[in-house]
Design a protein around this ligand. Structure first.
Ligand code: ZN
Length: 145
């Protein structure tokens, strides 16, 4: 019987091999670029916010499986959601990616497939891979106003 680690590895590989929401968006969508020089990961996040909701989101870039699958899972998690929910998911994910979980009381929102990235915390050099798309999303959200 496959254990939880195998399941998590499958989810990560599935998003890496079949990325969701990969591509670009035309204006008025905004974009932000992020780099993780430690690993060579690059992510651009494209965001189309309408009426306080993420109407469309895409990502492009290249890098390791953790960075690319995290971006794919992120776009799946936030697409169609109101901005306050998006911010709650971002806060919850970033809290999961810190060593002292529960330290800053992020909202308890279900993360679904994103839980698969929880094991990355055990490998501190990979945390920047997993959070790259999210930090880039935060920049894009700031640009979108
Ligand atoms: Zn990486």
């Amino acid at each position: 019987m496959p254990g939880l680690e195998d399941l998590y590895r499958e989810i990560i590989l599935d998003h890496y091999r079949s990325p969701r929401n990969r591509g670009q968006l035309e204006p008025p969508a905004v974009s932000a670029e992020g780099h993780n020089p430690l690993c060579g990961d690059e992510i651009t996040v494209w965001l189309d916010v309408r009426e306080g909701r993420v109407a469309e989101v895409r990502f492009s870039g290249s890098g390791c499986s953790i960075s690319q699958s995290s971006a794919s899972m992120m776009t799946s998690a936030i697409k169609g959601r109101p901005l306050d929910e998006v911010r709650a998911i971002v806060a919850r994910f970033k809290q999961m990616m810190t060593v002292e979980e529960g330290a800053d009381g992020a909202p308890e929102v279900p993360l679904g497939d994103l839980e698969a990235l929880k094991g990355v915390v055990k490998f501190p050099v990979r945390i920047k891979c997993a959070t790259l798309a999210w930090n880039t999303l935060i920049d894009a959200l700031a640009t979108a106003g």
